[in-house]
Every structure is written in C-alpha cells, then in structure tokens.
Design a protein around this ligand. Sequence first.
Ligand code: PCP
Length: 386
Amino acid sequence: MRFLIVSEEDIRNGVVTDKYFIWTEKILKAKGINPKVVAEVTTSSWGIFAGLSDVLRLMEGKPVDIYAMPEGCLFYPHEPVLTIVGRYLDFARFETTLLGFLCHSSAVATQAFKFKLAAGDKKVFSFGTRRMHPALAAVIERSAYIGGVDGVSNYSAEKYLGIKSMGTMPHALIICFGDQVRAWRAFDEVVDEEVPRTMLIDTYYDEKTEAVLAIENVRRVDGVRLDTPSSRRGNFRKIVEEVRWELDIRGRKDVKIFVSGGISVRDILELRDVVDAFGVGTSIAGARPMDFAMDIVEREGKFVAKRGKRGGMKQIYRDWNKLEDEIKLFGDEAPEGKEPLLRKVMENGRILIDTDLEEARALALKQMKIIRELGIEEDFLSDHKA
Ligand code: PCP
C-alpha cells in the first residue's frame, strides 16, 4: 500500500496533465504542426510570486527558455510572472503541472504576505499544514515563509527546507496531565531552554484565570496562548485585554500574548495593538488558488493573442521608489531608472538562475517595507476591512 500521491516521475513526465493536452499533442503531431511560440503566465489580481523552484525542476532538461520574476516578487494584475519560449509540443502537456505549482505556491505566499502586512511589527506563524494534504506540507511552509511569516509549525520544514520549525503546546498535552500547572511545568523542565515558554491558557478555565495560574506557578513563562474557538469567544478583544491587564498588574508586561484558532486578516487588524503574535492555519495554508493562466502571445515571431489578452513577449519595469510597474514589449527600450523584473532563468533546459528561499523572503519583506513607507497598506488589505 502506498498513499494516493502521484509520483515525482509522473509529474516530470507529464502524466499529471489534463486530457485535452493529450488530444492536442496527438492532433498537432498527426498534422505536423509544432510552432515556435512564446507563452506567458498572468492573472488578474496582485500577488506574491512563488513556485518557480518547482517549475525549474519540472522543465529542467526540456528544450525551452524561461524568463521569470524572482520568487517573493510582488506582481500586479496582468503582468506576466513567467514566460516560456520554445516549440509548443515541448511544453504543452506540462501546463497543468506548471500552473499548479505557481497557483498554489503563489496563493499561499500572497496570503502570508497579507497577514504579515496586517500584523505590522507583530508576529505571524504558519500553523495550517494540518488543514491540507500532508504531501503538500513543505510547499505550504515554503510559500508561507516566502510571503513573510515569522515561522512555520510543520516539523518537516527542517528536513525539506532547512528552516527551523516552531510551536507551543497542544490542548492534548494538558489533558494528558489532567492539570494545566503540571503540564506547563513539565514543558518548562523538558523542552530546550532556547524554546519560548508559551503556555496554552484556555483548556479548562477562563483565559485570565489560567494566565494568572501560569505566571504564579511556573518558573518561566514567556508567553500565553489563547486558542479559544470563535464559537466561545464572545468579545475576544475584551478577553485579550483582560488577560493583558491581569498580567500587567502582576508586573508581567514581559509576557507575550499569542492568539490562534480561525484567525483572519480582519482579526489581525482588530487585535494587533493588544496581541503580540498570531498563529494562522486555514487562512494561509488553505488560500484560494491564484488563477494564473498560460497564454500564447507569439507564434513564429508574430504577435498573437486570444480575446482579453495582449499579444507579444513582454518585460516589466519597476520603479522601486513608487513600487509601480510599466509593461513594455520585451525588445523595447528600457525606461530610465526602472528595473526589469523578468530574468532569463532557464536556457534550453539548463537552469541559469536558481531560486533561493531566504532571498525570496527578503524580497517579499523589502516590498512590504516599501508599502508601509508609502502608506499604501490599504491598497493591499481593503478586501479584508469590515
Ligand atoms: C490548532 C492550532 C491552531 C489552529 C490549529 C490553527 O488548533 O493550535 O490554533 O488553525 P486555524 O487557523 O485553521 O484554526 P487545534 O486543532 O484546536 O489544536 P490544539 O487544541 O491541539 O491546539
């Protein structure tokens, strides 16, 4: 028995494709048609580009050239994030997989970016791999990390991504002890000293009662976590404020407040002044896929485009001061002072520029900083306001 996960081999060989590409291949081959084309990947929303790493692995060794934005790059509606140049039959059947990599990774990265942008200087952690198929754990954590989260909870990220995972404690630990204080103390005794002591304070009693119980009975408490489900929250802000008050009057302003459980961007906007860190599951890991499409824009050197799309291979030029882009034809003269965003990353199947996780995240965070400096957060978060 093996899990129902398609093999890497089937992905690389194009078995994981939509049937209409199989027909297309058959027809084009039968009729001897295989034009040299330029195809670009675009969508109608903004986002943070991620998933290129897997696309490069997919297309490696295939006779195509690829131009792409770096991972972590902010893209605007209708900008090509990736352009592929080659004979159509050399990549036709890989469209499904290529888009799948980009749609999923970029969606998670974009969602993580929104959460981190909303949180300001407060921390955001990715807690949501449990909501998705486990085969996707590394790609979810990678994408969330690119989007700017401060840490990820899935342990496999250490093995697959080389980044440290983090966590607090589950309700199950407390229930196993049958007593919060014994469980908290055991955590403090057993877990490595460099791990923050964030005590879960909503298992049996009111959050504020357990918060006080924790600081009065445990050697070291760095933070408290409220995982109260929305159904029991009432006025959550008031609960958090009460906890803060009770900690503060006992001289524990140093104890951080961490909240999790069904957190949305809106929750973050409403709570960020009273909360220090957010654990976000479904809203990041289960991000609605980005609807990237791949379209042919040149055929045998001639501009072509289906309805609603613009013909011609393009370049995007960024004004980094304003975070504004200009789209021009690839061969056109570059506007002064603007940086081209699409780089040739693959030539005839050979990777010219590979991706780097830390660089991608740094790029996302650099753009987030510019958005804050320009005071245009609203443009990126307006969908999430009340
Ligand atoms: C899990 C974790 C976070 C939740 C998931 C985040 O909670 O503690 O709070 O996911 P969400 O944003 O989709 O709600 P539980 O499953 O309640 O686990 P536990 O009680 O063990 O903390």
